[in-house]
Design a protein around this ligand. Structure first.
Ligand SMILES: [Zn+2]
Length: 295
């Protein structure tokens, strides 16, 4: 599969493609059909309620970020959108329709790779237009407790993340890279979601993560992993970048360097909302030129 060289163009799918899998939280089998869109952006519709209009995704629909990114889309909720959105935006897709028959995107193997493979199966097609390409005039920082994310103006897209865990198997990890569809597919898409054994036991006891298992998440137990081998030495922090990308995709990829320290879906989606609320013109092809600035 020949992926786009960078994020400067608009792309959609050549054809529809479907995947089925179990939702992490409800443990129910769900079908997702990805299909080409004539309109910019990511649009969600329902296979089981085809009469409802498709809804364009934006960061203000985020309703819950405790275990995943969940959206409230008019009457319906859709959880665990982040890995699918990372796969779409990461490979260069700027417009697509996502049709679902449940309230959760299946976790598949816990990474974005199965979605990337689905996109590779049908291929991408260039469409006319300019990607949203949010441009920053000044740095933006958002915080949550001891966590922060900062976005700086940058000619391309550079993402970085740092995490710190008491569990020795994870410890301190730092990773950053210049992102394009090829570096995304090779270095970020395969990184799987991870959890701590103590949390997993608690969540299971609370009736949550019914679809969670050792096939769709790396589970850390102190100084070891319950289900090795890892796909990368620092697979957890690479997955944080995957999550960050998926959450930023709610607004469209910015031309920015974005760094998240101890990131979470709450922090990432707050950053996406801050980017969405930028007062400056969002389209590089804006017909109204900015007035000349003095000096
Ligand atoms: Zn994730």
């Amino acid at each position: 599969m020949q992926w786009p060289a960078d994020y400067s163009g608009c792309w959609t799918l050549q054809n529809a493609v479907e995947r089925q899998g179990i939702g992490l939280h409800g443990g129910l089998e769900t079908t997702v059909r990805l299909q080409p869109s004539a309109r910019p952006g990511f649009w969600v519709g329902w296979l089981d309620q085809p009469q409802l209009p498709l809804c364009r995704l934006n960061p203000h629909q985020v309703s819950d970020t405790r275990l995943c990114t969940a959206l409230q889309l008019n009457q319906r909720r859709l959880a665990t959108v982040e890995h699918l959105l990372a796969a779409l935006a990461g490979t260069g897709v700027t417009q697509a329709e996502i049709l679902v028959d449940g309230d959760e995107i299946p976790l598949l193997d816990g990474s974005a790779l199965p979605w990337v493979e689905a996109l590779g199966e049908v291929g991408l097609r260039a469409v006319s237009g300019n990607p949203a390409g949010l441009e920053l005039q000044a740095p933006i920082t958002v915080t949550s407790g001891t966590s922060f994310a900062t976005a700086l103006p940058y000619p391309g897209l550079r993402l970085g993340a740092a995490i710190e865990f008491a569990d020795a198997a994870i410890g301190r990890q730092l990773f950053s890279l210049d992102l394009n569809p090829v570096s995304f597919v090779e270095q970020i898409a395969p990184a799987r979601t991870f959890g701590l054994r103590s949390q997993v036991d608690q969540l299971r006891a609370a009736g949550l993560i019914r679809g969670g298992c050792l096939e769709n998440a790396l589970v850390c137990d102190g100084d070891q992993w319950l289900n090795p081998p890892l796909r990368f030495a620092a697979e957890p922090v690479r997955h944080k970048i995957l999550d960050l990308l998926g959450d930023l995709a709610l607004v469209g990829l910015p031309r920015a360097q974005v760094f998240a320290y101890r990131g979470s879906h709450g922090l990432h989606t707050t950053m996406a909302a801050a980017l969405a609320d930028l007062p400056s013109p969002r389209l590089r092809s804006s017909p109204t030129p900015a007035p000349p600035s003095p000096g």
